[in-house]
Write a protein that binds this ligand. Structure first.
Ligand SMILES: [Zn+2]
Length: 345
């Protein structure tokens, strides 16, 4: 096997007050991602933590109702309150596909920075997202990337999703962040470098080998949807992390409609799993190599993670260890996540 799943197991030993001060132990694993080299801690004991991450549904319904009035992304205000592109770049100023509407971000994060509002509906619960809603939003992004690439080729591009305030969204109305620039994010640069090294060393694509290996092991592989492969990573950096990978395509401009639909399908299934677990907030990011460059060694894809849920006093799931020391931390082993998630695929 070319792929090395490296893990170190340790035990924390103590006299436990919840077991009448008998000697007890907890297992901690340090795992290293076989491609990126990033390390993470896998703790057990999610059951004790689950209560802290469970949604206050009443509060969530109140927030959804309270924020509806005055929302810039609702259909009655979106055309009056959001920016427009220049006519040369996007004739008409905005891109509309079904309910999706893409326009410039008023608070740009990169040279090319847009927002795609996903739905006409102000609040969409995690289990109410449909393949059609998400796929149309992705297709609007694809039109934008194509237009950008015609005028300024060779950009790096990403599509991000912050859902609800624990996930970093200031507006609950579901929307995507759509970005392109000359500089890749850290993870993309890491994937490009390590994919290229693996390709040179083994004369094989890492992703092809990963999918084949994970399928054989059977502990973290989920399923294939169309041209996309779904799995839970060996070394997750964040809670409930799930990866979707598009076979043999390194950038967004190579995706056809069925690829966008398969990605939307997989994301909707993960959302349903999160919702039934009591969660309400999440992030995802779709990543790509340079828009004009077809690479044999990179497969583009999506990574999805859950976040702390909507509560009056939410416990943030990102601690000093992730925020400052740059290590991952999860409280439920990925093999257990995969076992539950398979019921949704
Ligand atoms: Zn709204």
């Amino acid at each position: 096997m070319k792929i090395d799943f490296e893990k170190h197991v340790a035990k924390a030993i103590f006299h436990s007050p919840v077991k009448n001060f008998e000697l007890d132990s907890q297992q901690i694993e340090t795992r290293r991602d076989p491609l990126t080299g990033l390390t993470t801690k896998v703790r057990t004991g999610r059951k004790a933590w689950q209560r802290l991450y469970t949604t206050d549904e009443k509060l969530l319904a109140e927030i959804a109702e309270k924020t509806r009035e005055g929302c810039f992304f609702c259909p009655e205000r979106v055309n009056k309150a959001t920016p427009r592109f220049t006519e040369e770049l996007i004739p008409g100023g905005r891109i509309v596909v079904g309910e999706a509407c893409l326009f410039p971000n008023l608070f740009a994060q990169k040279e090319h920075s847009a927002i795609t509002v996903i739905s006409h509906q102000h609040f969409v619960r995690l289990d109410q997202f449909t393949i059609e809603l998400l796929a149309n939003a992705f297709k609007a992004c694809s039109i934008y990337f194509n237009r950008l690439n015609q005028s300024k080729p060779n950009k790096y591009a990403e599509i991000g999703f912050n859902y609800l305030f624990p996930g970093g969204a200031s507006i609950p109305h579901p929307h995507l962040q759509v970005l392109a620039s000359d500089w890749p994010y850290f993870l993309i640069a890491n994937l490009l470098e390590n994919n290229q090294k693996y390709y040179a060393q083994h004369s094989a694509c890492f992703w092809e080998d990963l999918v084949e290996t994970e399928r054989k092991i059977g502990q973290r592989y989920i399923n294939r949807l169309g041209n996309t492969e779904w799995l839970v990573p060996f070394a997750p950096m964040r809670e409930d992390e799930v990866h979707g990978i598009v076979r043999n395509k390194s950038n967004f401009l190579q995706f056809d409609d069925s690829d966008w639909e398969s990605l939307a399908d997989g994301i909707c299934r993960v959302f349903k799993y999160y919702k039934e677990k009591g969660l309400s907030s999440c992030n995802f990011a779709l990543y790509s190599g340079r828009l004009s460059q077809k690479l044999d060694y990179l497969w583009a894809g999506v990574r999805i993670v859950s976040r702390s849920s909507v509560q009056a006093q939410p416990i943030n799931d990102v601690w000093y260890s992730q925020n400052i020391l740059y290590d991952g931390l999860v409280t439920e082993p990925p093999e257990e996540i995969a076992s539950s998630l398979r019921n949704y695929f």
